[in-house]
Design a binder for this molecule. Structure first.
Ligand SMILES: Nc1nc2c(c(=O)[nH]1)N[C@H]1C(S)=C(S)[C@@H](COP(=O)(O)O)O[C@H]1N2
Ligand SMILES: [Mo]
Length: 246
């Protein structure tokens, strides 16, 4: 047995003995010995914060300037996998944009921007913390993701909420973050429609994790019972932690 298989086997055994049921199953990090640390962070946070504690909310006078980072236009000429579809949707103000919700839900379907705006909305002023080392405060308006999952009839076997975007990001969160009251499908920023550079028409806000988990330019949600690392478009194969709790 190599040192590595011993460690992995040991962690597995410890996991099945001591880890509470709600975080049981494959800790979503593997493939690299240093990634054991990710599992520790994930497990520790889930043990210390098993309930849906709210993150701090700020007041209007705290709102700061806010850079647009990463993809700022999925249809830009210089994008490697430029999205023609996004370019077409943008032309008529996203009237034909649809968010698809499928997988382990009783009622798979699509939601227009108007559909999302018909749900009860939530507005929150929060701090966004980027892994690059900057942070900024903005007001976000949207529908709590949990409301939409509830409307879609999420099944009891659901464990992971997977997202993909027009710039071909693939990512996922667990149910604790997915159903967190401050986790939003956000369509508004600082009282206006969500600007394109910040992920319009709809982006995710996962206030309990670092900025890169708040996927911009949302296209699709798939609910699963098995963990999907997102393949070559996911965090893990790109060298990022899947879990980035703060
Ligand atoms: N689809 C998509 N989502 C994304 C990104 C991206 O490039 N594409 N960048 C991430 C990173 S690293 C950060 S810090 C925030 C930046 O959001 P902002 O442009 O509103 O500042 O979006 C995150 N979500
Ligand atoms: Mo970031």
């Amino acid at each position: 047995m190599t040192r590595r298989t011993a460690l992995v086997a040991g962690a597995g055994a410890a996991g099945s003995l001591f880890v509470p049921g709600y975080i049981k199953g494959l800790p979503p990090t593997y493939g690299h010995i240093l990634r054991m640390g990710d599992n520790l962070t994930y497990s520790a946070q889930r043990i210390l914060l098993p309930s849906q504690r709210l993150v701090r909310e700020y007041s209007h006078r705290d709102v700061s300037s806010f850079p647009a980072i990463g993809t700022t236009d999925p249809a830009a000429q210089d994008m490697p996998n430029r999205s023609e579809a996004y370019g077409a949707l943008r032309k008529d103000g996203f009237a034909d944009w649809r968010l698809s919700v499928s997988g382990l839900v009783a009622r798979p379907g699509t939601y227009s921007l108007a559909d999302l705006k018909r749900f009860p909305s939530r507005t929150q002023i929060t701090r966004h913390t980027c892994e690059e080392g900057w942070s900024a405060i903005a007001e976000w308006t949207g529908v709590p993701l949990g409301r939409v999952l509830e409307a879609a009839g999420m099944l009891p076997s659901a464990r992971w909420i997977n997202f993909s975007s027009f710039d071909e990001w693939a990512d996922s969160i667990d149910l604790l973050d997915g159903l967190h009251p401050q986790t939003l499908l956000a369509y508004g920023m600082n009282g206006r429609d969500l600007p394109i550079p910040h992920g319009g028409p709809v982006r995710l806000r996962v206030e309990t994790q670092l900025g890169y988990k708040s996927m911009k330019f949302l296209q699709r949600i798939v609910v699963t019972d098995t963990f999907d690392d997102g393949g070559k478009n996911g965090n893990i194969q790109n060298g990022w932690s899947w879990y980035a709790g703060i």
